[in-house]
Ligand binder design. Structure first.
Ligand code: ZN
Ligand code: ZN
Length: 253
């Protein structure tokens, strides 16, 4: 608890006046967010990804091989970064060690990225944000759902409401680490139920998560939301793994 309180103090201190870059610890002057311009430029921005699932692909390609064979039920994935250093370190410390300033920083940068795409490229922003729910047991162990926190920060940045209780996990699933694509799909099948269909009926929904790996969890959620009447489901997440990073990102939900 003492550890969490110290992070809370750091979150609010960085809200008021960030004085040091979270990555290089260099002094900041006047920046709105706790990252220096050099470190921000050096982040592993996802320059070119599949138009549906955002998998990093060679420049010139439009769709990845997986989406050419079979489209996911969600329409588009939007994320700002590849799951490479230092994103893996920042997300890991946010997710497993309550490093909330890192989570807030990445979420607000993602909100700016989405807002830029909305203004410059005509991205249709979602009407509601739905965080990927954690299993109850895992939520009790961790004490917080990182996807919920990202959704709350994105909501502030984008002025889009969050529906926290829209979806329930109704099945105990195995940890995805070590499972192949088909095993992951089978593991997540019928794992979710939409608690209040009237809240999402006819709406464009964005699922919110930290890292997208194979997309099996978001695909299961998207199917449930579409079956319950959602008009369209996208995914907003911080980072996307490449094909070789499939196992690396999934320490657990
Ligand atoms: Zn820096
Ligand atoms: Zn794809």
């Amino acid at each position: 608890m003492a550890c969490q309180l110290s992070w809370i103090k750091k979150v609010y201190a960085s809200l008021l006046q960030p004085d040091a870059c979270l990555l290089c610890l260099g002094r900041l002057s006047g920046q709105a967010l706790p990252i220096c311009s050099g470190c921000q430029l050096d982040l592993p921005w996802l320059i070119h990804g599949c138009c549906h699932c955002a998998l990093p692909i060679p420049v010139g390609d439009v769709e990845c091989a997986g989406c050419q064979q079979r489209r996911q039920p969600f329409q588009q994935v939007h994320c700002a970064w590849r799951y490479d250093f230092p994103l893996d370190m920042l997300i890991g410390s946010f997710k497993y060690a309550s490093n909330w300033p890192a989570g807030r920083l990445l979420s607000l940068l993602l909100a700016s990225h989405l807002e830029y795409l909305h203004q410059e490229d005509g991205l249709e922003l979602a009407e509601v944000l739905v965080p990927v729910p954690l299993a109850r047991k895992r939520l009790r162990q961790r004490g917080y759902n990182q996807a919920q926190m990202i959704a709350n920060w994105l909501s502030k940045g984008l002025q889009v409401p969050v529906l926290s209780q829209a979806v329930d996990r109704i099945k105990t699933t195995k940890i995805q680490q070590g499972l192949n694509v088909h095993q992951r799909e089978a593991n997540m099948r019928n794992a979710f139920a939409v608690a209040r269909p009237e809240q999402i009926s006819g709406l464009h929904v964005a699922l919110i998560d930290d890292v997208l790996t194979t997309g099996a969890t978001c695909a299961a959620l998207a199917r449930a939301l579409l079956a319950a009447g959602a008009r369209r489901v996208d995914v907003y997440c911080l980072a996307r793994t490449g094909l070789s990073g499939t196992a690396a990102a999934d320490f657990g939900p």
